[in-house]
Design a protein around this ligand. Sequence first.
Ligand code: MTE
Ligand code: MO
Length: 411
Amino acid sequence: MDDTPGLPRYTRVMIARRRFLANAAGFAAGLAAPTLARDVDLRLPGGPATRRLTDSFPGKRAMILQRTTPPLLETPISAFDAGIFTPNDRFYVRWHWSPPTEIDPRAFRLTVDGHVATPLALSLADIAALPRFEIAAVNQCSGNSRGLFEPRVAGAQWAHGAMGNALWAGVRLKDVLARAGVKDGAVRLRFSGLDEPPLPESPDFRKSLALDHALDGEVMLATHMNGEPLPLLNGFPLRLVVPGWFSTYWVKMLDRIEVLAGPDDDYWMAKAYQVPATPGGSIAPGTTDFPRQPISNMVPRAFITNVADGSRRLAQSALPVGGIAFGGDAGVARVEVSGDGGASWRDAMLGPDAGRYSFRRFDSVIAAPRGAARLMARCTSTAGIVQPLTGIWNPGGYLRGQVETIAVDFT
Ligand SMILES: Nc1nc2c(c(=O)[nH]1)N[C@H]1C(S)=C(S)[C@@H](COP(=O)(O)O)O[C@H]1N2
Ligand SMILES: [Mo]
């Protein structure tokens, strides 16, 4: 049934979840689906770039297999061409430790404790009784596009598919915390999920946010994405959504919120996910001694999605070029495209605005005379940040935001 080496046994979850989910058909179909035989070339400059496509994971169709356990699944770029919302069954997956393969939503409780007046243990029904909140927001891994860093850095060698956009639905975090009553002196909220490290000496994955940020009315607990319950691998039954910030903070299978009265010097905040405290988060390759700070907000990016990098196309007077852009922690004000490697630019047409944290479609046309060409798209955010043409480097492979190039050969 499944030839992916080391794939954990998700079958029981799928059966348990089928009872819970109204629309179980997709899961049932996924059970019998074989691993796809096709390979994809991610065109990574620093080394092996070929990956397998797999549909062996629960709730997922064809995904780029970056690692089996804990799962790292990348979204093929072509999936972003179909619309500004990334389908749940094509949405990328990233776990530090293997998540449980079975969750009983009736037994699930979210604990809220620490510096609060009333510690809570909320069921999913308790959470559903709070005012409903929805927001469209891009979920992007801090290391998205890391595989394109030159010189190469350690970590998952993602191309551009460790991101996705969804309409998240659930409740505001501040409404949950109002029920517990945050005590004076609280400064941060720390979040952790049901996944546990395999060895007790490894650090449990947990992240924290400053209290004011966490209670800003946009940070939310999502039970649904794109109108469906969260897929297991995207954090069923509950995840944190931090619009405009990298997804390392978007804790999945969230089962504990601790209110802290002091700083969080835990491994995942103080040691991991650090970026240089320099302009653009960039340092000279190889530098090891530099000021650091925890990664935070995203930067604007644009991706051409209708022409594949490294492809061959027919020469033509007007080639449609389109894709998706996002403003990082702001909206998309403008997208320009270039068909000549950045020598000249023209404004693209922008599609409907689904909110400042969402992907936004752009479309344009370029002249495509015979020969090798370099296509580009450049986003300007509503905060006035323009994507730079030159790249950055840091040892984590974080914060890539330069204008990306699609090489095409017109024949
Ligand atoms: N519980 C838990 N939440 C987590 C993680 C994790 O390892 N465990 N990884 C984080 C990171 S680094 C990323 S990039 C996103 C990935 O979200 P996705 O798998 O839904 O795309 O989940 C975040 N939330
Ligand atoms: Mo990540």
